[in-house]
Design a protein around this ligand. Structure first.
Ligand code: HEC
Length: 499
């Protein structure tokens, strides 16, 4: 009889919404490799987005029930007593969430674990389980605030270009040609270090307001052969509309004319929205024919958890805009098939190197993140964060949660991480493989030492010259730093042997 009862309970809860966060967290694609992934249409992520409010309520409920029914035997701190330690990650009677929930319901008379079927409802058992699962000893990621000030004696800084209007991104086409986007919507050409007066003609119309406008710029890895140039921008739903969304196109430059434009990504019209913030975006490529680009959550926090929405995500496409077959949500009805990762707040740094996709994103007040982006992974915004509300009040009590990724490093207070580049080339060969990150707010350029997928340390390379928007390595090996205010490009060269 008992088993029958339990069977009914399981069936009801699995089919019901109550299964909520426990299953969503336990079965999040983050914990699965793409090959072993269960059909994503079964994932409850899209049906029931993990909202902070929901998780908070469930965990608070779990905590209360634990104190009432379990703490006597398992300890107020879950470290054990008469019953076993529940936070040492050693499970002897049950392993999976389903097995543990079943054990709590049915008990085990042989070892002295009582049954709770008549005391707790199915939903309550899942809340307790969720609470236990989230109480593991946590190692917080230390905030990288104590960066050493070492810059001035290491690099020479020269103003390379001046007179730009809110420049956003720069890329070199070859030794003597470069392109720069200005947020206002202009694509500018630079020839032999001189800015051409006339912007490129025929580039897409952008929604220029708040943080939106003409944003990132990148060239195809095979640019020399195919001439493709990629742009992201805030695209107005209709001319004059106040609704906009981040869009990705590619096109070619013929003289001073933008031509052959192809739309690679566009949100569904119903997903365009008002609001002036968090468009992302950055573009980068791997060496397997993919293009990655990021879209901020547009100030709609919970949408970052919803894979039926394009915002708060890193996307992946083939370079011609088609969907890679192994994209994590490609088979899930109603999901954006281009989504590669979710739970991202406002990613404005993205670079691929040696098989690793590095990303930086703005936190709210504190909690800017350096992440490694993985297929199908959930980066947790807004359920977990090291940041607080802008008002200083608590945004979420959680920095960790099962099924959600930890940053590789985080910045509290926020530096306003913007732009990410990999040091390469002869000129700065001592720093090859390091990352360069812009700190918009602190008017700094940070040099981040990494080792494989590990964060080691960081230094401030440049300070007080302006708001750093983007960084690019030049074909000459120098570091070019794009300042959105004043509208300049700086050129950094080594002062002496860098160590
Ligand atoms: C009367 C004491 C008592 C109470 C109350 C009690 N437990 Fe237990 N529990 C035990 C004992 C004893 C064991 C077995 C310990 C062992 O095998 O070393 C156990 C085992 C467990 C296990 C299995 C651990 C493993 O390693 O596999 C879980 C999970 C568990 N309890 C959860 C709970 C939860 C949740 C509650 C409250 C709803 C609860 N218990 C209430 C005594 C209790």
């Amino acid at each position: 009889m008992r088993n029958l009862k339990w069977g009914v309970f399981l069936t009801l809860t699995i089919s019901g919404a109550i299964f909520g966060a426990v299953v969503a967290l336990a079965q999040s694609p983050a914990s699965q490799s793409p090959a072993s992934q269960t059909p994503v249409s079964q994932s409850p992520v899209s049906q029931s987005p993990v909202t902070l409010q929901k998780v908070k309520t469930e965990l608070a409920n779990g905590e209360r029930l634990y104190a009432q029914h379990c703490a006597d035997c398992h300890g107020a701190d879950l470290q054990g007593g008469l019953g076993s330690n529940l936070v040492d990650d050693i499970w002897t009677l049950a392993q999976t969430n389903t097995e543990i929930a079943r054990l709590i319901a049915l008990g085990d008379a042989d070892v002295g674990m009582p049954e709770f079927t008549d005391v707790l409802s199915g939903g309550e058992i899942l809340d307790v389980l969720d609470y236990i699962r989230n109480q593991k000893p946590k190692q917080k990621i230390k905030a990288a605030t104590d960066a050493d000030m070492v810059g001035d004696h290491l690099v020479n800084t020269a103003v390379w270009l001046d007179g730009l209007e809110t420049p956003w991104s720069m890329v070199f086409l070859d030794k003597s040609h470069a392109l720069i986007t200005e947020k206002t919507g202009r694509l500018r050409r630079v020839v032999d270090g001189t800015l051409r007066d006339k912007p490129v003609v025929g580039t897409p119309a952008v929604w220029n307001g708040g943080q939106g406008g003409l944003l990132d710029l990148a060239i195809d890895p095979d640019y020399a052969d195919n001439g493709w140039i990629y742009l992201t921008f805030s695209h107005p739903l209709k001319p004059g509309s106040d609704k906009a969304m981040t869009k990705l196109v590619r096109g070619k430059l013929t003289g001073n004319v933008w031509s052959d434009e192809q739309v690679l990504f566009e949100a569904k019209p119903e997903h365009y929205m008002k609001g002036r913030v968090h468009f992302g975006s950055r573009i980068t490529f791997d060496d397997e024919g993919h293009v990655f680009f990021s879209v901020g959550e547009r100030g709609q926090k919970d949408m970052a958890q919803d894979v039926m929405r394009p915002n708060g995500k890193v996307h992946r496409l083939m370079r011609d805009g088609s969907i890679p077959k192994d994209n994590p949500f490609a088979q899930q009805a109603d999901a954006y098939p281009s989504i590669y990762s979710y739970g991202n707040r406002n990613p404005q740094g993205l670079i691929w190197t040696s098989g690793v996709l590095w990303e930086t994103e703005h936190g709210p007040k504190g909690g800017d993140e350096l992440n490694i982006i993985k297929s199908g992974a959930n980066y947790g915004w807004p359920v977990i964060s090291y940041g607080r509300n802008y008002s200083g009040t608590e945004l979420t009590p959680y920095t960790h949660m099962k099924g959600m990724e930890q940053p590789i490093s985080q910045w509290t207070p926020s530096i306003a991480a913007n732009g990410l580049e990999l040091v390469s080339g002869e000129m700065f060969k001592e720093w090859n493989g390091y990352l360069l990150a812009g700190a918009l707010k602190y008017k700094e350029l940070r040099l981040i030492k990494i080792d494989g997928k590990k964060y080691i340390s960081e230094q401030i390379l440049l300070k007080g010259r302006g708001r750093v928007r983007d960084i690019t390595m030049g074909p000459d090996g120098a570091i070019y730093v794009i300042l959105n205010k004043p509208g300049q490009v700086l050129r950094l060269t080594p002062k002496r042997d860098v160590k």
